[in-house]
Write a protein that binds this ligand. Structure first.
Ligand code: HSE
Length: 364
């Protein structure tokens, strides 16, 4: 049995990975080892075949014993430990949720439903570093897989509506605290009308005790049109990732331009995207629908009507689910080769943990 070391298994992505692996009985197929920076020496989770003690995640000699390492610990850990580990001669498989190694030449971005063939090829070619993609990129590619596969896409403009979870667990809690803060205002002033309470709540968001340590700004009753760092191009880093990562995953011979504005919204867990897709030829809508729905088992076509859209095509509807609904599909009035679409997805499942789990399954 392969020895598999888990690093960062208690964080949000790590916990979702553990939950999925338990659901799919994956632990039965491996000998698992749990690593931690702070819990070394303590009892490991009592799982089928797990080594009973937590090991130190900075102990290179213990890490080196593993056939496969899966890190959900974050980019700083990868930057610090991965080079030391490789320089020490470790030749095992490194599976990582963090972005640090994604664009390295010797790393493949993994997204099983879309590039399983490329993963197999990479394994045959001796690639050892397999990195999960950015959440919105992965969710968009699973949703639009059929169009990319058919070579129909000229370019895509993606406008994202990203949930608090993408910024981390503390940010999710902060969004809820912000909601409570403004909710308490309403409770204290039950007789005020809408305009009066809006004025008071807007003022309250500027108060020093308004909880915004993590986001730096109110997200509740608001939105934040910038995610990640600033780049010289005027894009945010999150926006930059769309084109570079998607084309790396697709291994496009000719770069498909993908760009848009990434926005943090007050959804809790799941990301959404409004897409304008420029097709390189005119294709009728029913063909497009068939291509999309038949591309992989996870994509789910939602009829372009009000009730189905409001019921099935929302962040709340996909929370905890592996399905990726794609809807609002219609030709735009701009021209017959312009397609409108909207998609949602659980950013902790296919957006983060699930590609890592699939990669592990493939290796074992
Ligand atoms: N960068 C994403 C976000 C997280 O901020 O929502 C998923 O990779």
């Amino acid at each position: 049995m392969k020895k598999v070391g888990f690093i960062g298994w208690r964080g949000m992505v790590g916990s979702v990975l553990m939950e999925r692996m338990l659901q799919e009985n994956d632990f039965a197929a491996i000998k698992s080892y749990f690593f931690s920076t702070s819990l070394g020496g303590e009892k490991a989770p009592a799982l089928n075949g797990a080594y009973p003690e937590v090991l130190n995640s900075k102990d290179i000699s213990q890490l080196k014993e593993m056939d496969i390492l899966i890190s959900c610990q974050g980019g700083d850990y990868t930057k610090e430990i991965f080079p030391i580990l490789r320089n020490s001669g470790w030749n095992g498989y490194w599976i990582d949720a963090a972005s640090s190694l994604r664009m390295e030449e010797d790393a493949l971005i993994i997204l099983d439903p879309v590039n399983r063939d490329k993963i197999e090829q990479a394994l045959n070619n001796g690639v050892k570093n397999f990195i999960g993609g950015n959440c919105t990129v992965s969710l968009m590619l699973i949703g639009l897989h059929g169009l990319f596969k058919e070579g129909l896409v000229d370019w895509v403009s993606s406008m994202t509506y990203q949930a608090a979870s993408g910024a981390g667990a503390k940010n999710m809690m902060e969004l809820l605290s912000q909601m409570k803060f403004v909710g308490d205002y309403l409770a204290k002033n039950p007789s005020l009308g809408a305009l009066e309470i809006e004025k008071k709540i807007s003022q309250s968001m500027g108060e020093s005790d308004f909880p915004k340590e993590n986001f730096g700004h109110p997200l509740a009753l608001n939105l934040l049109p910038w995610i990640d760092t600033e780049l010289a191009s005027g894009q945010s880093k999150e926006e930059w990732k769309a084109q570079v990562e998607a084309n790396k995953i697709l291994q496009s011979r000719k770069i498909i331009p993908i760009d848009g504005t990434c926005v943090r919204v007050g959804a809790l867990r799941c990301h959404s995207q409004a897409l304008t897709i420029k097709l390189n030829r005119s294709v009728d809508l029913s063909t497009i629908e068939n291509l999309i729905k038949e591309a992989n088992p996870w994509v789910k076509l939602v009829a372009n009507n009000k009730s189905a859209s409001l019921q099935e095509l929302t962040p709340a509807a996909v929370s905890g689910k592996l399905s990726i609904p794609v809807g609002r599909l219609r030709k735009m009035t701009i021209g017959d080769d312009y397609l409108n679409a909207f998609t949602c997805g659980d950013q902790l499942l296919w957006g983060a943990a699930e590609p890592l789990r699939c990669m592990l399954r493939q290796l074992i």
